[in-house]
Design a protein around this ligand. Sequence first.
Ligand code: NAI
Length: 318
Amino acid sequence: MDQLRFDGRVAVVTGAGGGLGKAYALLLGSRGAKVVVNDLGGGKDGAGKSTFADAVVKEIKDKGGIAVADYNNVIEGEKIIKTALDNFGRVDILINNAGILRDRSFQKMSDQDWDLIQAVHLKGSFKPTLAAWETFKKQNFGRVIMTSSNAGLVGNFGQANYSTAKMGLVGFMNTLALEGAKYNIKINTIVPTAASRLTEGILPPDMFEAMKPELIAPVVAYMAHESFEGTGQIIDSTLGYAHKAQLVRSVGSPLRNTPSDPVTIESVKEKWPKVVDMTNAKHVSPIANVTINLVERLQEFEDRAKLDANGRKSFWST
Ligand code: NAI
């Protein structure tokens, strides 16, 4: 296969001073993209500052690539996009990667723990994406990667604030995938599990050693490539594997035996095993299909009501 390259493309990677973002920036830089290496440079709880981004820029440049450091906070993401436009005149790829943790058992969670996490992850993805959106539309090209987490998809002890933000990013992606479709703006989500300072001490040491961010970077780079057609996808990746995750919905059940019956708490209880039976469950997407589903359900309801009115045996309860 020909090498997938990013020549002429400008990529912004937030939180690229270390961990996963650094691996993304180095890979994109090595494949011809001009890279904005953004990183506020704080600790893993968001406090303090450092110059990590300069070291990553140096590494890209030393290998013959082109990059510039940016020290803005993702909460002011428009400044990061400005860095891309001022230095390189365009922006094509945005990887919303910056993140911090403020883990607390739920009862001990303060307003500050909650607000800071929502701000960095949600607003910190919203602001740069919004700032790049107009350029993406004008050039009929954009690739955006959101960064979610299994903590969001399935929950994790002590991470109520973080789980909420990370699942929020999936909702954000879902809508942007619809709004961006006609402008060739593809929005996808990575769910990484990798060795970084965020997972140090959490992952067992042998696993930590094996879970290199470099094993995930090609997945993210592929989803950021112009040849990538997918949008609205959640891709879970670690240890050199990748999986797609999606929301599914059960076939469901009518909640009464005939359309003229009321829906009662008791009838809901009676039908519950069928409501939650996931046999033959289907992917819920996109919103247009959900609407078609509702229309079909309404039609089915009317047809069955007519059958009942004609005195024929209802199959409503089957
Ligand atoms: P990391 O701590 O090595 O990298 C995150 C970077 O974001 C840091 O360099 C930090 O300085 C920067 N950053 C933090 N707040 C910022 C802000 N307000 N503005 C600009 N930069 C800021 O951690 P890691 O693991 O590489 O995390 C990258 C992303 O992946 C995060 O969004 C994290 O939540 C997510 N993630 C990581 C997992 C893992 O297994 N490492 C698992 C699931 C999600």
